[in-house]
Ligand binder design. Sequence first.
Ligand SMILES: [Zn+2]
Length: 333
Amino acid sequence: MSELSAVVPRPLPWLIPRWQELCRLANADRLPHALLFSGAHGIGKQSLADALIARTLCVDPGEYACGQCHACQMLLSGYHPDLLRISPEDGKRQIRIDAIRQVNDVVSQTAQQGGYRVIVLSPAEAMNVAASNALLKNLEEPGGNILFILLSDVPSRLLPTILSRCQHWPLALPSQADCLPWLSSQLDNEEHASFWLQAAGGLPLRALELAEPDARALRQQLHDTFDALVRGAEPLDTAARLDRQSIDAILWYGIAWLEDLIRFGLSGNEQHVYNADLLPLYRQAVKNGRVRDWFRLLDYAREQRRLLASGGNPNPQLVLEAWLIRWSTLLRS
Ligand SMILES: [Zn+2]
């Protein structure tokens, strides 16, 4: 059984203080029936949720789920009858009302294992209005021994009625000291860990994603694109060389780099830049452009990303072209 207990879910190291708060509440029987864990993608919300799901379903938990009891073994084998996870279907962006109907079924039955029933919605902001409204009734009158866990990157996109019925746990950006040792061990290299953590704006799991070979290749390609635009290349020629399916990632980099540019443009301080390898380009861009225009471009990129995430959008090719045309206008002197 020891190999099983080794994989009992635990929160990532920088979330341990939040975990201890949750355990104190659970031990005092004061865990609310609906929790919302929010924080930027890459902060580790899922690890906190997984640890709590396991501990809540476990028959004999200590600080963590025991890993030995029947409930733990079911969960570790991948199926527990009292756990319902709801996410958008494959290839879809929204959680629809059909999925929420399963919640009604779970809530109206008694727990098959006699303990808690746990319902996880991720990302909660993917619920459309009909789904959110259908969930409300369950959040209001959940009955005993039910725990809802909602995960959200952007809690402001949840309906206020949903927000007000959950206890909100915003997860703060970890300090470097709290997450760098973990990231260094994942990447086997402290210097790389530090570089990617900065490039990811301090989000450790996002840093891991950025350090993957495919993500690095895309970043290099965008770096070259940025360089070409600063030198006056035609944005439409440049757009043709990029994969329009990567539009969300392209916009993500665009936003991160614009934020860098704005920090640098306003302060003139190179220490404020997260992507130090882009400094030569930033210096040129600062000579060519105006901070006010970059703010406008930043708003545009955020709005396009929001539209893409909500599934309400547009042709990725057109978004990509419009994006590069706007960039090039600002970057050219
Ligand atoms: Zn257990």
